[in-house]
Ligand binder design. Structure first.
Ligand code: APR
Length: 234
């Protein structure tokens, strides 16, 4: 049975209206990630960081999965082999599109974490530094998002999947942040064929590159894999 391992980045949610990080008007082009996406930045100004994630949580809640997210669900349901979806994104669009077992390696805007006791719970729409943890009562709550300098989630499971991959596909990621940026080399080393789907080649080493907006390219790619006629686009 063949295994397809897919890694997605901010580019797959771009057509759902959610910003990417490093494109010309990207999030890190307008904000200093040291202030907003590091434990040190959070320690310095938790209210600022909560505000940043409250805004991103509201945008993600208002966004809808696009044709690329939905096509990956079709692939997972229709493909004869195994499809493992790893995302760097902290929005919940893959899950809302119906994909099962999504590995959110950078955590989720929709989950809260207590820095004190490690308890996790569904994040309220707005979080603030003084929010008490529902389990231990400490006012040490944070978004359950992996910041720079922190270890991404479920890495053992990810490396096992990469070792078993027959096909590795990176969709909408610039390949600039490790460990995710190293997954294509891991998969290639294990003998997988590698495919990049992006607006433009990221420059990393892939066997094949399909360029164009994910909401157009991914459905056609999935239709081809499932042996269906490409979307007439009608
Ligand atoms: N369709 C396909 N690809 C797109 C589209 C689109 N409509 N729009 C943008 N892209 C591509 C860009 O060409 C770029 O390669 O998506 C990629 C976005 O790159 P980044 O903004 O760097 O986002 P990402 O790769 O997900 O960043 C990785 O960095 O800041 C951290 O934790 C954060 O998970 C994030 C990680």
């Amino acid at each position: 049975m063949t295994t397809i391992v897919i890694l997605t980045g901010a580019g797959i949610s771009a057509e759902s209206g959610l910003g990417t990080f490093r494109d010309k008007d990207g999030v890190w082009m307008r904000h200093d990630l040291a202030d907003l996406a590091t434990p040190e930045g959070f320690a310095r100004n938790p209210a600022l960081v909560h505000e940043f994630y409250n805004a991103r949580r509201a945008a993600a809640a208002a966004a809808r999965p696009n044709a690329a997210h939905l096509a990956l669900t079709q692939l997972q349901r229709g493909y004869a082999g195994r499809v493992v979806l790893i995302t760097q994104n902290v929005d919940d669009l893959h899950t809302r599109a119906g994909t099962a077992g999504v590995i959110q390696m950078h955590g989720s805007l929709m989950r809260a974490l207590c820095h004190g006791c490690g308890h996790r719970w569904p994040a309220p729409a707005r979080m603030a530094p003084q929010d008490p943890c529902p389990a231990c009562g400490a006012a040490q709550t944070r978004p359950d998002v992996v910041w720079f300098g922190e270890m991404p989630y479920r890495m053992e499971e990810i490396y096992r999947a990469l070792a078993e991959a027959d096909l590795f596909v990176a969709i909408g990621t610039s390949g600039t942040v490790y460990p995710a940026a190293g997954f294509v080399a891991e998969a290639a080393q294990a003998g997988a064929e590698t495919l990049e789907i992006n607006l433009a080649p990221s420059g990393a080493m892939f066997d094949r590159v399909l360029t164009g907006p994910a909401a157009q390219v991914v459905p056609d790619w999935v239709a081809g894999l499932l042996g269906e006629p490409p979307d007439s686009g009608a």
